[in-house]
Each structure stands twice: as C-alpha cells, then as structure tokens.
Ligand binder design. Structure first.
Ligand SMILES: [Zn+2]
Length: 273
C-alpha cells in the first residue's frame, strides 16, 4: 500500500514527492474529555483515521499526504470536566501558520486543514482568511462531520448529526479502539440537551462552558453505538473528504472577473507581476 503518512516517510522521499504537487492534509483535533466512556484522544484518533483513509482513497487521482495530527486544539469549554489540554487561540493560529509555512518552504502548495473537533472550526477558517492573501499556497479547510453530514446521518438511529461522545463518535471508537471504550453503562449515559450551548437569540452567539449542555460530558445518545456503525461512518467520512480533495475546483485559482479597465490590486502574492 502506498505510504501516505508524512511521519513514516524519509526526507528524500518527501523531497521527491513535492515535485508531484500532492495535497498535504494537516489534521487538527483535540485532547479533551469525551464523557465517562471514551478516551480523551477520541477526536485525535478519529481525525487521523479519516485523513489517512481519505488520502489513500484520493491517491490514484491526486497524491495526498497526511502530517501528524495537531492534537492541541481549542477546548476551553471542556476544561471544567478535566482531562483537557488546550492552546490559546493565538498559539493555535501560530502553530498552524508555522506548519503551513514549513510545508510551503518544502515546495508543497495545496494544503488541507482537516478538522475533527467543533471548537476548532472558527479559528481554522480564520487562519485560512489570514494566510490566503499572504502566502503562495492554496488553503482549504474541512470538518468531516459537516462534509459528510448527509451520509453520516443515514447511519445514526438516535441522532440526526454527530455531537460529542455520542452515538457516532462512540461507534467509531468501538471500531478503532474497542479496548478503550467502556461499554458497561452506555444505556445510562447522555443525553444532554439539544446542542445549543453556544447560542443566543434566534441565530446569535454566546460563549458558555460545556457543563451548560450536559452533566456527563456527553451530548447525544451513545446507547445504540456499534462498531459496525463506526466503520460505516468512517468510510462515509473518508469518501467525502477524498471527493473534496480530488475535485479540481477545490484547488483552482480564484476567478478574477474584473475587466481589463477595472484596475485595482492583486489578491494573491503569486499574482503580483
Ligand atoms: Zn469528539
């Protein structure tokens, strides 16, 4: 099987691969509490698996590599439950900036931030906004739970979407790390209230800790989680990310619909003439 994991390749192999203009996935995740039944690495383990499977699936159409997971995420809201290791927003953005810049210096140009933790989404998009006009790379960002939401929903019985330490995440971990899942009391865990601890008004935002959502650290219903569902969710997620990677439109340069007379300024550093 073709090796897709950056950390398992040798430097000269990575130098040679840069010439093929592969996509490089930087998985970003968390180490945070996942209820009484799942390990704190849940998002990191799932994010790694989705990225590696997606890279293998995409490879024939578009070579794709996966860096080690950035496990240090934004999880202040989970801190009250313990077990949670976090970065500040500023550090998180600097870490991603430095990793993207490292890849750029080695000649890689198409970079996908592949996220498996809800708390990272806004910052992930922010780093794209910040770096895109500044660096001669194409940055895309995705969260598997949303990119594959429709397919994932078909495998869930008690939830419509992935939540936290829920039917979906518990199923995936039962497939990947069965020895680390405590299934002794799944029927009595959950369910928390409807996901909405970060909302106000009709469509507005307010920060709150996750203890506002749930007393157990779980949001969703892990009662009917199974390893078979987990495998199906993983495959659906990898398929969706692979489809995004192999879609040429994901990496195409932005259109510039200004007419010749419009003038203005370039929008990317590599378009400066
Ligand atoms: Zn999670």
């Amino acid at each position: 099987m073709t090796e897709v994991e950056w950390s398992r390749l040798k430097a000269h192999e990575l130098r040679a691969l840069a010439d093929d203009n592969p996509v490089v996935i930087i998985p970003i995740a968390s180490i945070e509490q996942h209820g009484p039944h799942l390990p704190v690495m849940t998002d990191t383990r799932i994010g790694h698996e989705v990225a590696v499977r997606a890279a293998r699936k995409a490879y024939a159409d578009r070579p794709t590599l996966v860096t080690p997971v950035v496990w240090h995420g934004l999880s202040e809201h989970h801190m009250p439950f313990g077990g949670t290791l976090i970065l500040s927003h500023e550090t998180f953005r600097m870490v991603l900036r430095d990793l993207v810049t490292s890849l750029m210096r080695h000649g890689f140009r198409d970079i996908l931030l592949s996220n498996s933790h809800g708390g990272n989404i806004m910052a992930m998009q922010q780093i794209c906004d910040e770096l895109a006009p500044e660096l001669p790379v194409t940055l895309a960002a995705t969260t598997y739970a949303y990119e594959a939401a429709a397919e994932i929903a078909t495998h869930l019985e008690d939830q419509e979407t992935l939540q936290h330490a829920c039917e979906g995440e518990t199923s995936v971990m039962m497939h990947l790390e069965p020895d680390l899942v405590d299934t002794s009391d799944l029927a009595n865990i959950g369910a928390g209230r409807e996901m909405g601890f970060l909302s106000a008004g009709k469509a507005s935002y307010r920060w709150r800790p996750f203890v506002h959502q749930t007393g157990t650290g779980v949001s969703g219903t892990p009662t009917r989680a199974t390893a078979e569902k987990g495998e199906a969710i993983l495959q659906a997620s990898a398929d969706a990310i692979a489809a995004m990677i192999t879609d040429p439109d994901t990496w195409a340069a932005p259109d510039d619909r200004r007419g010749a007379q419009t003038g203005g300024v370039p929008f990317r550093p590599d378009t400066v003439s």
